[in-house]
Design a protein around this ligand. Structure first.
Ligand code: CIR
Length: 256
């Protein structure tokens, strides 16, 4: 069984952190409708939803992916790179401790879950403005005993590693070559985003299914042509907060 942890949208979403896109007014009513559709899409793909209440004082708290990394054996609580996001961790930890032993990144380390791409037993971690070398080093040490390798990956021009690359199946990645080097992922089949859709590389994989924003039809067509099962969701209001589809959930397996 899959569990998907999500959190309702904060009324303060309009004051979110922004790094690479200009601020644009967010329609909260529409954002909530889109978030509900996203949650329904996860449900339709077989996830049991575990939804936390909104946090009025934490603008970015809907983006639960950034505060934890949930692996099969263990979960790591992060220390988000943005100061305004550090208080998001505790409430997610309270949910995760039912399912996993928790370890955590400590100061002065910083790490955002959006920077962590797990492929098999390797965690690729973006060396971004949010995740520093200390945080990445701590993650490596915490996971060495669990049989995971941690590899730092330089990123440029984007918020997180998973803005630039995500996994489509065991052998295939969707990648934006302007933001991360293909050579970092030698041995994988790489599908590039359509050049007209620079933000299209963030796709959420659940089993054999992929969830992606509706706003990237050309990249979606590339995935359909390659035989993937793709569900499109309209997340345009969340995209104004520099979020997309992986960032709004923590999806993991539990043994029934
Ligand atoms: C932030 O800058 O932290 C939020 N406004 C967006 C976070 C999106 N997270 C993600 O893609 N993992």
């Amino acid at each position: 069984m899959w569990i998907a942890v999500t959190r309702e949208i904060s009324p303060a979403l309009g004051s979110c952190e922004l790094s690479y896109i200009p601020r644009d007014a967010i329609d909260l009513v529409r954002a909530r409708e889109q978030h509900r559709d996203y949650q329904q899409a996860l449900k339709a793909l077989g996830c049991q939803l575990l939804t936390l209440p909104a946090e009025p004082d934490l603008p970015d708290s809907v983006f639960v992916e950034d505060v934890a990394i949930v692996l099969d054996e263990i979960a790591i609580l992060t220390r988000p790179g943005a100061l305004s996001r550090r208080a998001e961790v505790a409430s997610v930890a309270n949910v995760l401790r039912r399912y996993r032993t928790l370890l955590s990144i400590q100061a002065p380390g910083t790490l955002d879950g959006g920077d962590v791409l797990r492929v098999g037993r390797t965690l690729y971690v973006g060396e971004s403005a949010r995740s520093n070398a200390v945080g990445i080093g701590q993650l490596r040490e915490l996971l060495a005993g669990h049989g995971y390798a941690v590899r730092g990956v330089p990123t440029r021009g984007c918020l997180h590693l998973k803005s630039a690359v995500t996994q489509l199946d065991d052998d295939t990645l969707l990648l934006q070559p302007e933001w991360v080097g293909r050579e970092q992922f030698a041995g994988f089949r790489i599908i590039g985003v359509d050049p007209a859709e620079p933000h299209a590389a963030n796709v959420l994989r659940i089993g054999d299914a992929l969830v992606m924003p509706a706003s990237f039809p050309h990249t979606r067509q590339r995935l359909l042509d390659a035989g993937f099962n793709v569900t499109a969701v309209d997340v345009s209001e969340l995209q104004k907060a520099e979020g997309a589809v992986t960032c709004c959930s923590l999806v993991f397996r539990v043994v029934e």
